[in-house]
Ligand binder design. Structure first.
Ligand code: ZN
Length: 315
């Protein structure tokens, strides 16, 4: 039964078989054409893109630890208190946003013993070349504390006219050559060469604040692998556009919310582009929580949490 049926089908369908084979052949050719010229680009769009180790393609929260190789001599950093740092760059010592006295609660201040070292310019604060102050807020600046240090040692002060005037009032006997007032227009920088290594004073605006300091500066210290301190700068991309023509930043001192806030991390990755970060301005009571948030951010950042200690910087 099966055999006869097969024979009958075979005999009756020869032209059909040819037609079917032709149609199958045409279908296969169409499929091959589709695969080669039409389907391939569509499939390619679903492929993962090749990772590029450039900060330009990193978005918020992406890991860029190890994407860059630090070059040159590593800066040496001692965390003073709050945003206060003692930074050695190319053999020159810079005291940034320190010394302070009462500060602003809940932010860190120096112990009485540390204050004595700072204000009497004793080790490790004995060979400071320049004191750099970003703005007058009490958690970044104290005129009497700075005047005390400047009376002991020959450091110079580099800051805005507002800050310099307050120190001049506190210590009128200091020679004018020790007090360097600088205030470029907003969005511009000015090179100051008085401290032995180049220092760019950056006119970047303060975070929106109740007592807004109009005269707020950031500092870019050093030549080919500079160190950046932003004070209390507003974390917005346009605030850091002035960095574009300046040397690529090795180490950036940034308020911790630049690292823990997702939108702020985008600004850091795209507009500041540091190789590594020290997260500062940490209230002591929040130090543990900030440390875990910074660790979870994936950024190459060290948290400045214990005043009067040397920081081990990210590699
Ligand atoms: Zn401030």
């Amino acid at each position: 039964m099966l055999g006869s049926s097969h024979r009958a089908d075979g005999g009756a369908s020869s032209p059909l078989k040819l037609l079917t084979m032709l149609m199958l052949g045409a279908a296969m050719a169409c499929l091959m054409f589709w695969s080669a010229f039409v389907q391939a680009p569509a499939a390619g769009a679903d492929r993962p893109t090749i990772p590029v180790l450039s900060p330009d393609v990193l978005s918020a929260g992406e890991v860029y630890r190890g994407a860059f190789t630090p070059d040159g001599a590593a800066p040496d950093v001692r965390y003073v208190a709050n945003s206060g740092m003692l930074v050695t760059v190319s053999g020159r010592r810079f005291l940034i946003d320190a010394p302070i006295r009462d500060g602003i609660s809940p932010y860190a201040t120096s112990s009485a013993a540390e204050r004595a070292l700072l204000e009497n310019a004793r080790a490790p604060y004995d060979r400071v070349d320049a004191i750099l102050i970003t703005h007058w807020h009490e958690d970044h600046f104290d005129a009497d504390a700075i005047a005390a240090h400047l009376r002991r040692r020959a450091a110079i002060l580099i800051s805005s006219p507002e800050v310099v005037d307050r120190v001049r009032s506190a210590a009128p006997e200091l020679p004018a050559s020790r007090l360097r007032a600088v205030l470029p227009p907003y969005g511009r920088s000015e090179l100051v060469n008085d401290a032995g290594v180049p220092v760019h004073a950056l006119r970047i605006r303060h975070n929106p604040a109740r007592r807004l300091p109009e005269q707020h500066l950031g500092f870019l210290i050093g030549g080919s692998s500079p160190v950046l301190h932003v004070g209390d700068a507003d974390p917005a991309a346009d605030n850091f556009a002035l960095l574009a023509p300046l040397p690529r930043i090795d180490l950036a001192f940034l308020p911790f919310w630049y690292v823990t806030g997702e939108a702020n991390r985008t600004v850091v990755s795209h507009a500041i582009r540091p190789k590594r970060i020290v997260a500062m301005h940490v209230p002591p009571k929040d130090a543990a929580a900030v440390a875990s948030q910074v660790a979870a951010s994936g950024m190459a950042a060290t948290v400045a949490s214990t005043p009067a200690t040397s920081l081990s910087l990210p590699r």
